[in-house]
Write a protein that binds this ligand. Structure first.
Ligand code: C2G
Length: 130
């Protein structure tokens, strides 16, 4: 059983998010999604989510590729997460390339996948504002 993990805010869920979740799941048998809490988003990423953590969690749990959703409350939790959830592979979009290579020292495969072009939560918000 190969276990994969990925992190994110996943606000205003869109096909770019689905693309990364599908490809992450293709790398193993079990996918853990670590979902940024509202506090973490605001304090650490200055992101004000449209959907609350519970709403974003419910949406993610309805996706066939997702096996478990847990909260992301700090930048530092990745090292413990990969142990606690017996993770083999860590996946993020390539906007994060290099940022999490330290996880290789924990024996975790680190994979950065190409982002889906032309779609982002920010883009959706600005398009809707026009
Ligand atoms: N993503 C993508 N293509 C897009 C938009 C997003 O592949 N068009 C990917 C991102 O690269 C990321 C995931 O979808 O891997 C979630 O994106 P966000 O919700 O924007 O997450 P982010 O703010 O990057 O948070 O500790 C890591 C952070 O929690 C990551």
């Amino acid at each position: 059983m190969k276990r994969v993990i990925t992190y994110g805010t996943f606000d205003l869920l869109h096909y770019g998010h689905i693309n990364i979740l599908r490809r992450a799941k293709e790398l193993g048998d079990y996918l853990v999604v670590v979902l940024s809490t509202d506090e973490f988003n605001w304090e650490q990423k200055q992101k004000k989510c449209y959907f609350t953590y519970e709403q974003r969690k419910m949406l993610l749990e309805s996706i066939r590729y997702v096996d478990l959703v847990i909260p992301e409350t700090s930048w530092e939790q990745k090292k413990t997460d990969v142990y606690e959830y017996h993770i083999d592979t860590f996946v993020m979009g390539d906007d994060w390339t290099g940022k999490f290579d330290f996880l290789k020292d924990e024996g975790v495969e680190v994979v950065y996948l190409p982002r889906t072009p032309e779609i982002s939560t920010t883009q959706i918000k600005s398009d809707l504002n026009q």
